[in-house]
Design a protein around this ligand. Structure first.
Ligand SMILES: [Zn+2]
Ligand SMILES: [Zn+2]
Length: 146
């Protein structure tokens, strides 16, 4: 996914935080766009290394950090698992499969608005996330066949 549109978008976003577009940053970003399965930093490293054998784990961490800071990538945390990275910047929530550990995007319905919850006085909300957990379709199908 090395097209000009992605480069342009990357360039513009990076420039806003005073960062430059480097081959490594582009590679890490394209890994995240290619397969939106919420890889951990280690998984991003393995995938990036396939096409860029000299890239180091430290560089991958660095690139991920920059992409998070400029708002192109989000960190996803669940329980005590490794931090995962998500390149879907539309508002969405996550579904975590208890069986295979998969993380799936659940789109929000803009019509539905915010959930009916009231924050105690004094709290100011910046964002919220609903965590769903259970079985993904593949794991649910396997259970049915047993
Ligand atoms: Zn699953
Ligand atoms: Zn996501």
């Amino acid at each position: 996914m090395h097209n000009e549109f992605v480069d342009e978008q990357l360039n513009e976003r990076l420039a806003r935080t005073g960062s430059r577009l480097t081959a490594q940053r582009r590679e890490v970003y394209s890994v995240l766009l290619q397969k939106r399965d919420h890889p951990s930093a280690e998984e991003v490293f393995i995938r990036a290394k396939g096409r860029m054998p000299d890239i180091s784990m430290a560089t991958v961490y660095n690139c991920l950090d920059t992409l998070v800071k400029c708002g192109l990538v989000k960190q996803v945390h669940h329980d005590r698992g490794a931090t995962r990275y998500c390149s879907n910047m539309n508002e969405h929530h996550h579904f975590y499969c208890d069986e295979c550990g998969g993380t799936y995007d659940i789109d929000t319905d803009p019509e539905a608005g915010h959930p009916a919850m009231t924050l105690p006085n004094g709290f100011r909300m910046r964002s919220f996330e609903i965590a769903f957990s259970g079985l993904c379709p593949q794991c649910a199908a396997k259970k049915r066949h047993k």
